[in-house]
Each structure stands twice: as C-alpha cells, then as structure tokens.
Design a protein around this ligand. Structure first.
Ligand code: MIC
Ligand code: SF4
Length: 632
C-alpha cells in the first residue's frame, strides 16, 4: 500500500540505515554531506581523529573558516591552520577565511536537493532553502557522520507552513521567519520539522527561502525545508550546477501533524526586540526608537539579493551621522557581485563600512555594541551577551528595516521609502578560496592551544553531589558558555574555556565546580536552546558535572549532553536549591528515577527520556567512548 509522505519523510526514507520510519522512533540515517566551522570544528576534527580512520567517508565534507575569519587572536589563527591542514589530510574541502559564512557558501556551492547535510552549527537547516535536509548537531555527531556512521535522531512530527499571497513592498522573508517566531515562539518548533508549502512558496527565491529556514532554527525545530522546484532549478543553473537539481515535493495527500497558515500579503515589517528572537512586534510599534549601530549581513541576511536591496535604498543618501553601520555580505560570491554591479561604491559612499564575509560581529568578534546601547541587526539571535557585551541590547530585523533605520538613526519603517526590486539573473562563480584536499601526506599543524580531550569517563551507578547552580527557563547555550571575544579563541582548549561556564549567570560557577569536584545543574524549560556548540556540554563535563535536571531540553543540547556523558534528567525541579546535596541511583535508566535531596530530606521523581542506544552511551561516557568500544 502506498503511504503518502511529506517532503521530509521522503528524504528520511531514502536515507534510513537503522530502524523504521515512524514519528517518535529513533532512526539512524545516512549523511551525504558534512560541514564544520572554525568555532566548533576543532573539536569535531579532534573527535574525528580519535576514531582512527584514515579519511573522511561521507560523500562530501567541507571545513569552513568563518566565525573568527579576521583572526582576532593568535589562537584563532592557530585553529584555522589546524583546520585547513587536517581537512586536507583527511580528504575534506576547506573554505578559507573571507570566503563567507558556512551556511550561505554551502547552499551556493555544494548543497543538493534531496540530500542530507549534518553540520556542527545550529543553522545548518539553512540548506532547506534548496530542498536539502540540513540538521545541526554537536561535533561528535558530525565526526561520526564524517566517518561514514549513521546520525541518530528521533523522527520529529512535521508542521506544514502554508504560504499564500505575495509579500508587499518592505515586507520580506525575514518577516516571514519573525512572524513564525511570533506565533509559535522559541519553543514551538521543538520536536518538529517545518515544511513550507502553498502558492506563496513560488514567489520566494532560494536565498529568501534560506533566510526563512535559517531563522526557523530559533523555533527549536530539528530542521525546515522548502520543496525543490523551478526556482531551485534556476538558482542551481545560475551557480553552474544545474545538473545537481532534482524535483522534490511532498505527496499532495501527505498528512501533517500541525499547520500554520501565513498570508504573505497581510504581513507587515517586524522587529524582534532585545532578549529573545520571539520578542516580536510590528515595526510601527517601535519606530522612532534610538539606535547606535546597524549591522547588515550574517547567514540569515547576507545574500547578494539582501545587500543589493540595501545598496539601492542607500544609493545617493547618507546614513545618520550619530550611528555606525556595517555591511558584511555572507559570501565571497555576494561580495564580488556587489563590486561588479556598483553596489559596493554606493554603500561606501553612503557611509557604510564594508566588512569581509564571515560571522565575526554576529558573535561579538568586533563591532561589539557599547554599554546600554541598542544595536539593530539582521542576524538571528539577540540573547543577553550575544554581540559581546552583556550590557548592550540587540534588536533583529530585515535588511529593508535595517537600511531605513540606518538612514534615520532610529528604528524606521522601510515602507516610507520608494520601493526597490531586485531580480538576480546572473551570478559570479569564484571558488578561489575553496581548497581541495591533498591527502594523508599533508602534516596536521597543531599549535599548543589545541589540547587533546581527556579520556571519556563512564558514569557511576549512583551520582552524588551538590547543586552548583539553579537557572530558569529558556537558558541558551550562549548563557551556558558564551561565544565572543571572551572565549572564541579557546574553542580548542577545554580546560581554559571551561572557566567561562555560566560566565554571564554566575561568575563563581566554574571555580565552585572545581572546588566541589563537580555536581549538578538544575534548570527550567527548553534548557540549552540556541547553538549547536558542544562546548556548552563539554565545559560542564570538564568541570565534573555528571547530570542536569531540567523541565525540558532543546534537541541539540540534550544530544550533546548524552554525547559527552552527562545525564540529562527531566522532572519538576521546583524546590531544589543551589547548595542542596543530591543522590540519584541511575543503575536502571529504564525505570522512573528518584532524586534524593539529602539536604532537605525530600524526594523528587525524574525520568531519563532516552533511547536504549542513548542510555548505553551516556553510561559508557559518551558517543566517542561507545564508538571506540564498538571498534575494539
Ligand atoms: C551561533 O550562531 O550561535 C554559532 C556561533 O554559529 C553556533 C556555533 C558555535 O557555537 O560555534 C551555532 O549556531 O551552532
Ligand atoms: Fe555565523 Fe552568526 Fe550564522 Fe552563527 S548565526 S553561523 S555566528 S553568522
């Protein structure tokens, strides 16, 4: 009997290597392509190396250098040299500094509809703009996938997002993403794939689709995807890769678990005000609010189309003299197009500072906003501390809103400006900064800051220790382990980076954890939302944390905890306080567990919501411990 499938189910079905497709079941899928970047990549590659293989087994692996492309510290440059040499040694392509942000470069140059992509970065679903199933994961998962091993995931439900109508002038793909966040929040996508359908899909170009799939990461969804249609074909042809195209749509009678309908014609420009990407309001509500900075670019809005629109809006005008405006195109392709069509000059003459393609300012490497200032950005995240200063605030909006605001020096509505339309009919293809691998004879360059990981530690049958911190709901990985100038150069040095664990929440945390010989973290809902950074699990592991007890978890962080050998327990944590001594017998993880609060004399029921494979893995000390044991 034919079973109607969603687009996501079709791709999963083509890739299953372990288990059977069924919502809520754990399956292992084949990963066709992998990507790493320079802030999670050093760990991922060290982990790959520890698997003892002589080369990458996946069809394609690309190691990107983008997060600290400007090499703000010697250690970062050391990381880049390590990544370039290890990629060459093991058979991965290397995208050099200045070539652009991994996600944009990947859909431009490598993504293929219908294939799977696993990336050590949470915005890997950007590839969904091309009809590719992109999933973000921790470095250990990507290491295993690069080695040809399956990637395990719990088959999510599928939410259909039906787009109708046409975007009016001044309303953009970014507003579609912000509208989704406004409706379903930063938790609404947890446990789901988002699949875009409806007549409105046709009017969105691949870069616009990629803006949406990029930012849907912020809903907590495992991935999001558009169909592969005539628009996809045209884009791939412009990239000189027409032969990579294949049509891919869901079956018309496919059954979805939830539906969201968005009439594009009825949308208005939106702004996510500081604190959370779902703190969304219409631009009209906040128009006139003073800003100090504007930053246009990133993997969300760094496409040629996006920056070209900004150039047209600023052409012949001047940005407000009180504010500082940067534009950083997402890829070298966009950068070259902007030079060729005169946009670069228009932007420069308008007073914009042009910054090379890369992440940098998005994570506070440069362009850090000042104390109490408000920075308007086209990026995807605006939690406290994001941008490099915990005392500054970030608001998120489209390039159009950002350009209108740059002109006025206050948040402004782009619909007050004459409309501009950009249709991209050709693209410059230049892969000069993509380096082909040369093989095992290439020596791996390892500076002293690239520190090998300590061996995995199996968990004891009874966990005992102190609660070292109690945090609330929605704690992001940026809060657990900040990105930015404090830590970005220490991504390859766990003992050093671990000192910044919970830096913005409680600066004494790391020292207390060391003093007490480890202990527990207690948290609220959606713990670990945001980035794929496995450092947010590895650093607590380094400090001796054995378990987290939270009301619920974000998908990637929960997987990262298990992968490093920290037990993620679920339960109502009300009544557990910092300093309480706890004891948990974990000898049988299949049964309901009890946290014995030795300080208060109380007992709290908790669960280990893990698959059989995950239960074995966490007890053994994590993914690498298990992979290595399997090989012995
Ligand atoms: C981010 O946008 O938060 C990052 C920096 O790209 C992270 C990866 C990292 O921590 O290096 C992500 O999104 O996964
Ligand atoms: Fe880079 Fe920012 Fe995109 Fe993360 S969100 S990949 S830091 S541009």
């Amino acid at each position: 009997m034919r079973v109607a499938k969603t687009l996501t189910e079709k791709i999963l079905a083509e890739h299953i290597v372990d288990g059977t497709l069924g919502k809520g079941r754990e399956v292992g899928i084949r990963i066709d392509q992998c990507l790493t970047q320079d802030s999670t990549g050093t760990m991922a590659w060290l982990e790959f190396e520890s698997l003892g293989l002589d080369k990458v087994q996946a069809e394609l692996a690309v190691s990107y250098s983008d997060h600290t492309s400007l090499g703000f510290k010697g250690e970062s440059t050391d990381d880049h040299l390590f990544l370039q040499s290890i990629a060459s040694h093991y058979g991965a392509k290397f995208s050099k500094n200045g070539n652009g942000v991994c996600h944009q470069v990947h859909y431009e140059r490598f993504g293929i509809p219908g294939k799977t992509l696993l990336g050590s970065d949470s915005h890997t679903p950007t590839a969904g703009g091309l009809g590719m199933l992109g999933i973000g994961a921790g470095g250990a998962d990507v290491a295993v996938a690069m080695g040809g091993g399956p990637f395990y995931l719990t088959v999510p439900k599928v939410m259909r997002v039906v787009l109708t109508g046409k975007l009016p002038w001044g309303v953009t793909a970014k507003d579609v993403a912000l509208e989704i966040l406004r409706r379903i929040s930063v938790k609404g996508g947890v446990g789901y794939f988002l699949e875009f359908t409806g007549p409105g899909v046709k009017i969105l170009s691949v870069p616009e689709r990629a803006t949406i799939t990029n930012m849907c990461t912020e809903t907590g969804a495992t991935s999001s995807i558009f169909p592969s249609d005539a628009v996809t074909k045209e884009f791939l042809e412009l990239e000189g890769r027409g032969s990579d195209w294949r049509p891919l749509v869901p079956d018309p009678d496919a059954i979805y678990d939830a539906t969201v309908e968005i009439d594009l014609s009825a949308l208005v420009p939106l702004v996510a005000m500081p604190g959370s990407p779902d703190n969304v309001v219409p631009v009209t509500e906040v128009a006139g609010t003073r800003i100090d900075q504007v930053y246009i670019g990133s993997c969300t809005n760094g496409s040629y189309r996006d920056i070209r629109v900004v150039a047209e809006l600023l052409r012949g005008r001047r940005v407000a003299k009180e504010i500082d405006v940067i534009v950083s195109p997402g890829s070298r392709q966009a950068w070259e197009m902007l030079i060729a069509d005169g946009s670069f000059l228009a932007l420069t003459q308008a007073g914009v500072r042009m910054i090379e393609p890369g992440c940098n300012a998005c994570i506070g490497i440069g362009f850090v906003p000042g104390t109490n200032s408000l920075s308007l950005r086209t990026v995807n995240r605006n939690w406290k501390g994001r941008g490099g200063n915990e005392l500054a605030k970030l608001a998120l909006a489209s390039p159009e809103v950002a350009a209108a605001s740059a002109l006025k020096g206050v948040i402004a509505d782009p619909r007050e400006l004459p409309p501009v339309a950009v249709r991209v009919t050709d693209l410059i293809v230049d892969d000069t900064l993509i380096i082909e691998p040369e093989g095992g004879a290439v020596p791996v360059r390892r500076a002293p800051n690239i520190v090998k990981m300590a061996p995995p530690r199996p968990l004891p049958a009874v966990l005992k220790g102190e609660v070292l911190i109690v945090v609330g709901d929605g704690v992001s990985t940026d809060a657990i382990l900040p990105a930015g100038p404090l830590t970005q150069h220490l991504r390859s040095n766990l003992p050093e980076i671990a000192k910044f664990t919970f830096h913005y929440e409680d600066k004494t945390f790391a020292a207390r954890a060391v003093e007490k010989g480890g202990g527990f973290i207690v948290a609220g809902e959606n713990y670990g939302q945001g980035s794929s950074r496995e450092h947010a699990a590895l650093a607590p592991w380094q400090l001796g944390i054995t378990a987290v007890i939270a009301k619920s978890y974000a998908r990637i962080h929960k997987a990262n905890l298990v992968n490093v050998g920290i037990l993620p327990l679920v339960g109502d944590t009300t009544g557990i306080d910092q300093g309480d001594m706890l004891e948990i017998d974990i000898s049988d993880l299949t049964r309901p567990l009890v946290v014995r609060n030795l300080t208060k004399g109380t007992e709290v029921p908790v669960r280990a919501e893990l698959s059989e494979r995950e239960r074995r893995m966490v007890k053994a000390g994590g993914l690498l411990a298990m992979a290595l044991a399997g090989r012995r």
